[in-house]
Ligand binder design. Structure first.
Ligand code: ADP
Ligand code: MG
Length: 284
């Protein structure tokens, strides 16, 4: 399906943006209010507009409470917008679907199943034939570097390894877009950056389109082809930031990224936005 493209929303980024191509995911004037018993409705986000393209990593960044998870949950189909439209490949998003696979911050593997069985689980529900199921699971387990642990149970794995199982399990269902809500937020600093680097390899190898939520600036700049910076009360996209200093390349190692001219300026700019848009966390 082809649609007219808003060129203003499609800055240049060589490796993944083809302006002749329709956007993969599009949010148009999306707003969401939550009804609370005996209270004023909470306007979580208002008029959120952005689009992202095939094979892009798009990161939603912003201060706590700005509505990042709300946006992601709407893309997942777990919440309905109060106004506006969300489309994936031109089709409206109306509810949950396996074409939109979600990885949460909390580990979500089944304790009573091995790594291999966990990764096969979704395919089993979808009646994927046994041999194909096994081969696909092996492929994605290898991709996340857990081949030696295919027969292990999640309780024997570290936090980072459990999150790798969740990623493999989600990718094995061949989602059109991978949705991640602070997937590395519960990990210690070293595991976190190792996971970020692994994520980069996975995105390259599996050609996945990713929409990821984080409040970690360095993580956003490292992983993103496109950053949507959100502000609070009510949440909206304050600024779209393209890390053009990467010159359209994906940088596999963090120290290389941090050493690039332009990294410091971008980090400073985003830190400034965080301070300006974050408001006072000590008041409600
Ligand atoms: P973030 O992920 O950026 O921290 P959220 O999307 O979780 O922000 O929340 C955005 C706003 O919406 C917050 O003010 C939060 O309290 C409110 N909110 C989120 N989910 C609900 C809900 N189910 N009911 C009422 N308010 C909600
Ligand atoms: Mg959140």
């Amino acid at each position: 399906m082809t649609r007219p493209i808003d060129h203003e929303l499609s800055p240049t980024l060589d490796h993944s943006l083809d302006v002749a191509e329709a956007p993969k995911l599009r949010l148009k004037d999306v707003s969401k209010s939550f009804h609370v018993p005996r209270g004023e409705p909470i306007e979580a986000i208002t008029n959120v507009n952005f689009e992202t393209h095939e094979n892009e990593v798009c990161v939603l960044l912003g201060p706590s409470g700005c509505g990042k998870s709300t946006v992601l949950r709407m893309v997942a189909g777990l919440e309905q917008p109060t106004a506006g439209e969300l489309t994936l490949d031109g089709e409206p998003i109306l509810g949950p679907d396996q074409e939109r696979g979600m990885v949460f911050q909390a580990y979500t593997s089944f304790d009573w199943l091995t790594v291999q069985q966990n990764v096969e689980y979704g395919m089993r529900l979808n009646h994927v034939p046994k041999k194909e199921r096994r081969e696909r699971a092996e492929h994605f387990i290898e991709l996340v570097g857990l081949s030696r642990f295919a027969g292990a149970y999640p309780r024997h794995l570290s936090g980072g390894m459990k999150q790798r199982v969740a990623i493999a399990r989600t990718l094995a269902n061949a989602p059109a877009i991978l949705l991640m809500d602070e997937p590395f937020g519960a990990l210690d600093a070293q595991t976190r950056w190792q996971m970020q680097e692994l994520m980069m390899d996975i995105v390259e190898a599996a050609n996945t389109t990713v929409l990821m939520v984080t409040h970690d600036i360095e993580e956003a700049i490292f992983l993103a082809d496109r950053i949507e910076f959100m502000s609070r009360h009510p949440g909206r996209v304050h600024e779209e930031i393209i890390p053009s200093f990467k010159q359209g390349k994906r940088i596999g190692q963090k120290e290389e990224l941090i050493g690039l001219a332009g990294y410091g300026d971008m980090e400073r700019h985003i830190l400034h936005l965080m301070r300006e848009q974050g408001g006072d966390e000590t008041s409600p």
